[in-house]
Design a protein around this ligand. Structure first.
Ligand SMILES: NC(=O)c1ccc[n+]([C@@H]2O[C@H](COP(=O)([O-])OP(=O)(O)OC[C@H]3O[C@@H](n4cnc5c(N)ncnc54)[C@H](OP(=O)(O)O)[C@@H]3O)[C@@H](O)[C@H]2O)c1
Length: 145
């Protein structure tokens, strides 16, 4: 009997935890469309960046996934194009741990694109080490953009 009560208590506790942390969170209810708009999402091959890129693609934006790993980024492009039905989703190489790469991304973007409407600085790095420019990696990737 005690075990049954313990399990029921655990399940109720788990449900309440989920309710407070996930189900009760505010949700975006906007139905805004973004046809003709160009968006850059950094670190868009996974996690929140990928989910954001998918939402923007569903709204009709031209979405540029600015990522450091071509294979993972191309896989995300394929997923997002398939799920959104929007073919205007593309990858451009950007390694935020290298100012050379940041400059080259900017030059490439300016050469190929005629406008930028939204920039989402999503990418981040949480561990130590140094960037090739000698900054602490967390500072270099997350702040020197
Ligand atoms: N998850 C949370 O609960 C939470 C809470 C608060 C705030 N946030 C913020 O939300 C954002 C996304 O979080 P997340 O959990 O989705 O992160 P994540 O899954 O760890 O994704 C981080 C992204 O950043 C990219 N990245 C890392 N270093 C990079 C570099 N040098 N150049 C280019 N891209 C680089 C990663 O690329 P690779 O795949 O190549 O590593 C990946 O695409 C972050 O800014 C985070 O601080 C998240």
């Amino acid at each position: 009997m005690f075990i049954v009560l313990l399990i029921c208590g655990g399940l109720v506790g788990f449900y309440l935890l989920m309710w407070v942390t996930v189900l009760q969170q505010p949700k975006c209810k906007s139905t805004a469309k973004l046809y003709g708009r160009t968006v850059i999402v950094t670190g868009a091959n996974t996690g929140i960046g990928k989910a954001t890129a998918l939402d923007l693609a569903k709204r009709g934006a031209r979405v540029i996934l600015a990522c450091r790993d071509e294979r993972r980024a191309q896989a995300a492009v394929t997923d997002i194009q398939r799920e959104s039905g929007n073919k205007e989703v593309l990858y451009m190489h950007l390694d935020l741990a290298s100012l050379k790469s940041v400059r080259s991304f900017a030059e490439n973007f300016l050469k190929k694109e005629s406008r930028l409407d939204i920039l989402i600085n999503n990418a981040d790095f949480l561990f130590g080490g140094k960037t090739e420019d000698g900054f602490g990696r967390i500072f270099g990737v997350n702040h020197t953009r």
